[in-house]
Ligand binder design. Structure first.
Ligand SMILES: NC(=O)C1=CN([C@@H]2O[C@H](COP(=O)(O)OP(=O)(O)OC[C@H]3O[C@@H](n4cnc5c(N)ncnc54)[C@H](O)[C@@H]3O)[C@@H](O)[C@H]2O)C=CC1
Ligand SMILES: O=C(O)CCC(=O)N[C@@H](CCC(=O)O)C(=O)O
Length: 480
């Protein structure tokens, strides 16, 4: 069965078979063969051959193909959302917002490319890097790889896309839409497979690697790229995101923002809040906790991508077990389960939300647990809350819920995170702004609006009239 797209041809993989499952009931969705080492080499060679003509085509014709892709997405919106929902377990309404983000990415990338790396400024032009590899995560199998693919193609690069092994069908459907949009053969190649295929691709003679995924994998890639400074490496990684809440705010409003920050997508967003830090008096923090618990009790959780559900299952049995083990670890460190996260149903990987009070417990590991597990810390003083929030090796997202202008000002000045929110959910970042973290969350190559920057390299041009004046008779340093 055809699983790879190389030089415009759908081919059967020659590596080991693997499958993706529907997280709602653990039934198989996609089962095909991964790419062999030789097919990885062939995909990069196809991209290398196709790239010069793609770059030479010019900005306008490339832009038209991107717009045709957006039109394809528009036409297939419901079907693609169905595939995303099937393979990730997210509710259909949420998968539809993911496809909308993919559509909007095209116009935003065109604006970003013109503003940040346009060729109409005197003395400056930009060139594509050449062949870029794109590695995608499972949580947004459409939108997040698309956030690299669209700007990279617009800039004139050719690509080899290696999606997450959890979501091969989403990638296959997206690649079909690129073909239908008229993208020339070899400009976007698709390789399916897991870690082995990723490692093989990273070792190829590519010009850039655009990665969205976990901090551990990003670090491995960074190590693998040691000694290859000429290869562009853009790493978008995870976070251990704090959300500070001032005890003076309306408890119900705070609870709604906390739930949207921590539990959207079953906590499977890199921007989800992981550490809730409540400041204020005991009575104030108790009121917020009570409102939060009451709201969590009203959450609609469905194993299948139900239209009504707030969130669906986590991606796999392994993820589910890791999250339950993480909760156990927090409890063994002295955490109190105010809401115990537990597996729901006999099939599928649904988890109820968890809230563990870590106040006074031994320090929790500074890890990203990618699911609906929220740690709670109470501290009376706002200064301490900021310190606690910054006490992480990560620096992706951070939130503040407070009406106090002074607290807002202090938060803006002192918080160490690339994506911050004030009285808004931590998740749901804008594509029209830069998106990336500091510390262990990235390598200072933010994506979204700034993706244009890592998709092209600048060339400064000096021009002058061709005269003899450079070596003038009166010029310093020359004999008349
Ligand atoms: N900062 C950001 O923009 C975002 C970050 N993420 C992060 O992604 C993670 C969830 O996604 P996952 O799919 O679990 O990430 P992951 O790191 O397991 O996988 C990402 C990609 O890298 C590949 N890969 C894994 N090991 C590899 C290796 N040794 N060499 C080469 N390639 C390898 C995978 O097959 C996949 O295509 C979370 O940590 C989350 O925070 C997710 C969304 C956005
Ligand atoms: O990449 C963009 O266009 C903007 C960033 C974005 O969409 N972020 C999303 C999802 C990322 C994640 O958390 O996995 C968000 O902030 O919700």
């Amino acid at each position: 069965m055809m699983s790879l797209l190389i030089n415009g041809q759908w081919l059967a993989g020659e590596g080991p078979e693997f499958e993706s499952l529907n997280p709602a009931d653990a039934t198989p969705v996609w089962r095909k063969a991964s790419a062999s080492a030789a097919q990885v080499v062939a995909a990069v060679a196809a991209a290398r051959t196709a790239q010069p003509a793609w770059a030479a085509l010019g900005f306008e014709p490339r832009l038209q193909i991107l717009q045709a892709f957006a039109a394809q997405l528009q036409q297939q919106q419901d079907a693609l959302a169905g595939t995303i929902s099937l393979e990730t377990g997210k509710p259909h309404w949420e998968a539809l917002t993911e496809v909308s983000a993919m559509i909007n990415k095209v116009d935003i990338s065109i604006r970003a490319c013109q503003q940040r790396t346009g060729n109409d400024q005197p003395g400056l032009q930009h060139h594509a890097h050449g062949v870029m590899a794109v590695f995608g995560p499972y949580n947004f199998p459409g939108h997040l790889p698309n956030g690299h693919i669209v700007p990279a193609l617009l800039a004139g690069n050719s690509l080899v896309f290696k999606p997450s092994e959890e979501t091969p069908l989403c990638a296959e459907k997206t690649a079909e839409l690129w073909q239908a949009a008229g993208l020339p053969a070899g400009v976007l190649n698709l390789l399916q497979g897991g870690r082995a295929v990723g490692e093989a691709l990273a070792q190829q003679p590519i010009d850039g690697l655009l990665f969205t995924g976990s901090s551990n994998t990003g670090r491995l890639l960074h190590r693998q790229f040691g000694g290859r400074p000429e290869v562009l490496l853009a790493l978008e990684m995870g976070g251990n995101n704090p959300l500070i809440v001032d005890g003076n705010v309306h408890a119900q409003h705070a609870a709604e923002l906390i739930v949207r920050s921590a539990f959207i997508s079953a906590g499977q967003r890199c921007t989800c809040a992981r550490r809730l830090i409540l400041t204020g008096t005991e009575a104030q923090t108790d009121a917020i906790v009570q409102a939060l618990l009451a709201l969590c009790a009203r959450l609609i959780l469905q194993p299948k991508g139900d239209e009504q559900a707030f969130y669906g299952p986590v991606i796999s049995a392994r993820a589910q077990q890791q999250l339950l083990a993480a909760q156990q670890q927090l409890i063994s460190l002295g955490g109190k389960a105010l809401l115990s996260m537990s597996a729901i149903g006999s099939a599928g990987f649904l988890l109820s939300p968890g809230l563990i009070d870590m106040t006074g417990a031994q320090p929790a590991p500074d890890e990203e647990w990618f699911g609906p597990l929220l740690q709670l810390y109470r501290t009376p003083r706002f200064d301490d809350a900021i310190q606690l929030a910054n006490n992480s090796r990560f620096g992706l997202a951070a939130g503040l819920i407070s009406d106090d202008p002074q607290q807002q000002q202090q938060f803006r000045a002192q918080i160490r995170a690339g994506v911050i929110s004030i009285n808004a959910p931590t998740a749901g970042a804008s594509s029209a702004l830069p998106f990336g973290g500091i510390g262990a969350s990235g390598n200072h190559r933010p994506s979204a609006f700034y993706a244009a920057d890592y998709c092209a390299w600048p060339q400064a041009i000096s021009t002058g009239p061709l005269t003899h004046d450079y070596v003038s008779p009166s010029g310093t340093g020359f004999r008349p």
